[in-house]
Design a protein around this ligand. Structure first.
Ligand code: GDP
Ligand code: MG
Length: 660
């Protein structure tokens, strides 16, 4: 809303402009008035709309035309005063004042006008008959009022209307010629209806109406008032009320009625509460609330935000198949001014057999947006009405800014739940296959992906020591402005080569030596296409030797040429390394026999859910300490310790089973 309101009074001499102002200020009729009153400012707290209001007088005798034009251009609302007992002063309204004002204001940003008939104490009849045709002719005339400076009739009303004309203009809302709301207003109210229709059944039931009422006006509707509202709609249209709730049609009708009855501030209150400005656009402050993100911190959605997004998903997953069909997705984004998710999203997150985004995939995509582009995430949450539905100050309340990564590294623990892995590899080495395999797609299924629907990101969840974490994979394109800052900045790096192509490892070795050898980012070498015949790499060292020399984990064989969904082990390992870069995992195999594998499997077993937290911290601590100590004898002791622990784990597991 505006910060202040400037009201200008114009009109023929002697119609009572100065007297009106003086009467308002002193609350009595001044017999003697100067030609022109000084500009006065009414402080915010004594005006009905709580905004400072300046009232400016005009006197032909004291002011030049230039001065008048200047005042007209500064005014937010202009009262054209006439005297009800002076025909000439009424004629001048249309012959002089309205054209003069219109010539001096922009066609698109006309100031609202108010026709003021003063000296009503002098006549028996009303001037309305003469005035109404003028009102109909000029749409800039917001309203008209008859008053008397002498007996103080309608004086404060006059200034209230003037204030209201500025603060709650009807122009953007309503078309008086058509007698209906303007399209942008209908669009905004339709979005508001959709956001408020919490169960998405197309009807605002009593609960939803009450929530709406409370959100907009800070108070619930009394049950009787609720009935009255519905009855008004029932009386006027057949399909405004259905199943004892308000349909969109009924909702729009109510607002039309408010506006037609001069209660358009009600509609404005609703619009503003939902983030709209005077042009019926969502404001920048609403869509992009301040959020500071210091260096080395990342952005994630917090628990409440996930709950909200879950409810949004649920209300649109009409057939309850835990996936959004194209229709359902379109419906979900109907409160957006544009479709935010393109077909590439289907190749960034998990989908079902039909290729529809699953619940899991939907949350993953939100997680990705929050991580990569938090401003966009705030904007999207704004369209969904997050702050309103969740009764939060702003969308910023949905975001967790994580602790500086350096501190995480120092303390060797992290609260983060999203980790980024950048994949480097020569052209054709199998990076995209590696991304798609994370979404459960084998080579066969990947063949169906259209080139223009391709994504360079993939995100899904993995379990690390029983905790669900998001792993965000990013394929780094070898030839594009390589490498950018974001290419190098991640939690774990994959250096991926094609075992069947003798030229492919060289690229990995080069990238490692150039960018990661001296960095703290952990790296993992992936031997992709492990189903194919292995060729000797044309590089001075074999991949295994290279890894040994640089103290990297041995190359991890990987293939997505599988009958079922490809194995997820590698992604779990990557997430683990991303979370605990200090930890030198004792074993990176999946033999299911060694200590690490046993612990992992143990922790992932369903029955151990409740003790998991304790267990995994113990395991982590063990692995972290292992990483710190370089001596081989320690490795030996630690692994014995871990075995003991694993046995202990089994004991706890049995103890757990007992009471059940
Ligand atoms: P201005 O030139 O438009 O500023 O008009 P003034 O305020 O100077 O008023 C002109 C004359 O009309 C003065 O003699 C006022 O006392 C008188 N007047 C102003 N308002 C009223 C009113 O409401 N009723 C009556 N009866 N006289 C008024
Ligand atoms: Mg005057």
């Amino acid at each position: 809303m505006r910060k202040d309101v400037r009201i200008l009074l114009v009109g023929e001499p002697k119609v009572g402009k100065t007297s009106l102002i003086m009467s308002l200020v002193s609350e009595e009729f001044p017999e003697e008035v100067p030609l022109r009153a000084e500009e006065i400012t009414i402080p915010a707290d004594v005006t009905p709309e709580r905004v400072p209001t300046h009232i400016v007088d005009y006197s032909e005798a004291e002011q030049s035309d230039e001065q008048l034009y200047h005042e007209i251009s500064k005014a937010n609302v202009i009262c054209i005063v006439y005297s009800v007992n002076n025909k000439k002063s009424i004629e001048k309204v249309t012959s002089h004042w309205i054209p003069l004002i219109n010539d001096r204001t922009d066609k698109d940003s006309r100031v609202p006008l108010i026709l003021v008939g003063n000296k009503s104490d002098l006549v028996e009849h009303s001037s309305m008959e003469t005035i109404l045709p003028i009102m109909n002719q000029y749409s800039d005339i917001e309203t008209c009022v008859e008053c008397s400076a002498k007996n103080l009739k309608n004086i404060s009303e006059l200034f209230y209307y003037a204030q209201k004309a500025v603060l709650h203009p009807t122009g953007p809302l309503y078309c008086p010629e058509e007698k209906e709301m303007k399209p942008p207003c209908i669009k905004a109210l339709t979005r508001i209806f959709k956001v408020s229709d919490l169960d998405n059944d197309g009807i605002l039931n009593d609960n939803e109406l009450n929530f709406f009422q409370r959100t907009c006006f800070n108070m619930p509707l009394a049950p009787q008032a609720l009935e009255d509202v519905k009855n008004v709609v029932r009386r006027n249209m057949s399909d405004g009320v259905r199943d004892n709730g308000l349909t969109l049609k009924g909702f729009l009708f109510l607002h039309t009625l408010f506006i037609q009855r001069g209660r358009h501030e009600t509609t404005w209150t609703v619009l503003r509460r939902f983030g709209y400005d005077d042009d019926l656009e969502l404001t920048q402050e609403y869509l992009f609330p301040m959020l500071k993100i210091p260096m080395d911190c990342t952005t994630e959605l917090n628990h409440n935000a996930y709950l909200f997004l879950q409810s949004v998903f649920d209300k649109h997953d009409k057939d309850r198949d835990c996936a959004l069909s194209p229709e359902e997705l379109k419906d979900l984004f109907r409160v957006f001014p544009y479709m935010p998710w393109g077909p590439d999203v289907n190749n960034t997150v998990c989908t079902n057999e039909q290729g529809w985004i699953t619940y899991q995939g939907y949350l993953s995509q939100w997680t990705l947006t929050t991580y990569l582009d938090v401003q966009r995430c705030l904007e999207y949450l704004g369209y969904l009405g997050y702050s309103i539905i969740c009764e939060q100050e702003s969308q910023a309340a949905a975001i967790t800014v994580t602790r500086n990564k350096r501190i995480d590294l120092q303390k060797k623990q992290t609260q983060r739940s999203v980790f980024r892995c950048n994949i480097f590899g020569a052209r054709g080495s199998g990076k995209s296959g590696f991304l798609q395999a994370f979404l459960g797609r084998n080579l066969m299924r990947q063949k169906n992906i259209r080139e223009d629907h391709k994504s360079y990101y993939a995100i899904s969840t993995t379990y690390v020591y029983g905790q669900e974490k998001y792993l965000l994979l990013h394929e780094v394109i070898p030839d594009s402005d390589f490498p950018s800052d974001s290419d190098l900045c991640c939690d774990v790096v994959c250096l991926l080569y094609d075992i069947s192509n003798p030229h492919s490892f060289e690229y990995c070795a080069k990238v490692y030596k150039q960018h990661f050898m001296d960095s703290k980012t952990p790296c993992m070498v992936i031997a992709a296409k492990s189903d194919l015949h292995e060729a000797r790499q044309l590089y001075s060292l074999s991949p295994a030797e290279f890894c040994r020399k640089h103290k990297l984990h041995p190359p991890q064989p990987f293939t997505c040429s599988t009958a079922d969904a490809p194995s997820r082990d590698i992604y779990m390992k990557l997430t683990t390394i991303a979370m605990y870069p200090h930890a030198r995992l004792r074993c990176m195999c999946t033999c299911n026999r060694c200590t690490f594998c046993i612990c992992q499997n143990l922790l992932n077993s369903e029955l151990l859910r409740s003790v998991k937290t304790k267990l995994y911290t113990a395991v982590i601590n063990r692995h972290v300490t292992q990483g710190d100590m370089k001596s081989s004898s320690f490795w030996l002791r630690a692994s014995v310790g871990a075995t003991v622990f694993a046995v202990l784990g089994f004991a706890m597991y049995r103890a757990l089973l007992k009471p059940r």
